[in-house]
Design a protein. Sequence first.
Length: 395
Amino acid sequence: MSRNITRVGVVGGGQMGAGIAEVCARAGLDTVVCEVDAVAARAARDRVAASLERAVRRGKLAESAARDTLARMVFTGSLDDLADRQLVVEAVIENPDAKTEIFAALDKIVEAEDAILATNTSSLPIMRLGMATGRADRVVGVHFFNPVPVLPLVEVVTSLHTSPETVDRVQDFATGVLGKTVIHSRDRAGFVVNALLIPYLLSAIRMAESGFATAADIDTGMELGCAHPMGPLRLADLIGLDTVASIAESLYDEFREPLYAPPPLLQRMVEAGLLGRKTGRGFQPTTRAEDLVRRGLRGTRPPTGVRVPARRHRGRAGSARAALPAPSRTRTPQVRPVAPRTPQVRPVASAHASGPVLRVRHLTIRMTDALLPFDAPRRRLVGAAGSSRPPGGMS
Ligand SMILES: NC(=O)c1ccc[n+]([C@@H]2O[C@H](COP(=O)([O-])OP(=O)(O)OC[C@H]3O[C@@H](n4cnc5c(N)ncnc54)[C@H](O)[C@@H]3O)[C@@H](O)[C@H]2O)c1
């Protein structure tokens, strides 16, 4: 039955919406992406095009397939263009009012009786969104993971009103058409993965906030000590600190457990617009060059002034890795924020499976610096790779 879903709509073309739209179009579906206006729709198109280009560069997609994928997609600033869709996946910001409004509007716009309205929310009750429509039995949570083209998991979340037929159809769609693996969750804030993941991320933020350890050491600890592909603060930066804070609030609203309460530092960073990779600044000052060095790619040069050791690093299985560039003499860090949504090539959201790990610990920056523009005069480089100095704590 799900094979009959050939016309998909995605509302929101940010990092998740663009990814969801891309996998749908790559699966051969006619895909319409709706953003707030024409300018944002154009940005969503650029996001998808950049992701397809990366796939082509890495030999994962033929150039003709990338072209065909984009040709199957329409980017619009009007929800009305979703009228003939059989499945609409909402992926706008994690804000209950914004999402409720969209579901109420989609209910009026989407014509087919059996069309399914799905949400990619990380934490908000599916029931609340269903009740904003006159078709709560066809409203369901379909929670993808970031980056969507890479991570294979989808959580299907059913409210008390979601019909078994709707669940079967989205399950068949996610597995049969998109090739994802589905797990099921009841309609509880955070579902399975975020209910487990978010308290861990918040604990790492509290640890950094209290000065217990540096952000760099917290991430390195979990990457090298537990074989996580990405430490918790880098992962929070990838998810988006606004999204992490919103999920924490939903979890806290639902369960009233202190472990879910967003820490003050997280709140301040969101208020300051330091949202992680999407704004170029968060807990970890990640530039593309740094990311390449992290992954041990040959010939990569660090940003001017970032000190890295000139020794060989060994991969997980002990294989020789690329030699890293010689350390720079200057101590002035020139770490610049990446442009919003610069292609990120290695993020593996919450995947705890084995993967490449950080072998370079070349930079330790005080928390005060992480909160400043990277070109601000107060910045201080306080540690370097191989340094035997204790971590420069957070202030
Ligand atoms: N970031 C993650 O790792 C992640 C993972 C799984 C699920 N999610 C969930 O996916 C959703 C989107 O998250 P994101 O990371 O893509 O956020 P994002 O900020 O990257 O993108 C949100 C997009 O929604 C658009 N938008 C806002 N209001 C809109 C409207 N009324 N109509 C159309 N577009 C609108 C914005 O312009 C923006 O482009 C959230 O519910 C989030 O919780 C996020």
